[in-house]
Write a protein that binds this ligand. Sequence first.
Ligand SMILES: CC(C)=CCC/C(C)=C/CC/C(C)=C/CC/C(C)=C/COP(=O)(O)O
Length: 246
Amino acid sequence: DRRTPSHPALQHESPPQGDQGRRRGRCPAAMPSPRSSPAGRAAPVPSPSCAAVAFRSLLAADLRFSRQLGVCAGERSAWGSARPLLRLLEVSGHGVPWLAGTLYGLGRSESPAGREVLLNLLFALVLDLVLVAMVKGLVRRRRPTHNKMDMFVTISVDKYSFPSGHATRAAMVCRFVLHHLVLAIPLRVLVVLWAIIVGISRVMLGRHNVTDVAFGFIMGYMQYNVVKYFWLSPLSAPALFAVWNQ
Ligand SMILES: CC(C)=CCC/C(C)=C/CC/C(C)=C/CC/C(C)=C/COP(=O)(O)O
């Protein structure tokens, strides 16, 4: 039946009357031909805008594609035997080891320059946790249905998937490390690869949809700009460093 919208995003939508929908900026692609109600009258329900149709189509494609890529979502999945390796990657991008490692480094560091960098890394990691928790709490997108909720240490908002906290952290830490550590080229390449693989592994583990990770990378990349802007130093935060150096 050509009059029935084929896309799930368009189902349950009734046609607009005449060209009213078009005049209101509705999407022509989403407008089925007028249909009569059983009583013989056309039902005046608006059809979605082009932006809404495009958005829903993107989300539907994202869900489909992410499910196909979730090849390590369970032990019995296509690549289930690689799951332990991907879970190791999950721990490598988790907040707890990064926070613990940074605090440990701060405790051991004897050079003022090292302490400054580590203090800012700590600030970056906490900022990341706060911002990701806020966005997850606002968007409230559920994790993919094929995800097994067996993640290492989570907080309440981690039942939501948008954005991927691992992707934001990986992108931000990657930029941070590349800016503040003097590393040989092969190591710099490894850091970038690690960040990318952590992101991809989130989808393969079934933890996230592709858009969660893509947005996470962008958000993490931008978070580093915030850290750079508010860089803590003996000049910008003298009290903090005075306490520290006592
Ligand atoms: C380690 C120290 C010294 C303190 C820990 C403080 C603490 C409990 C911080 C919370 C860390 C935490 C639970 C982060 C969440 C990491 C996580 C599961 C993110 C979800 O990532 P996603 O990619 O699945 O969105």
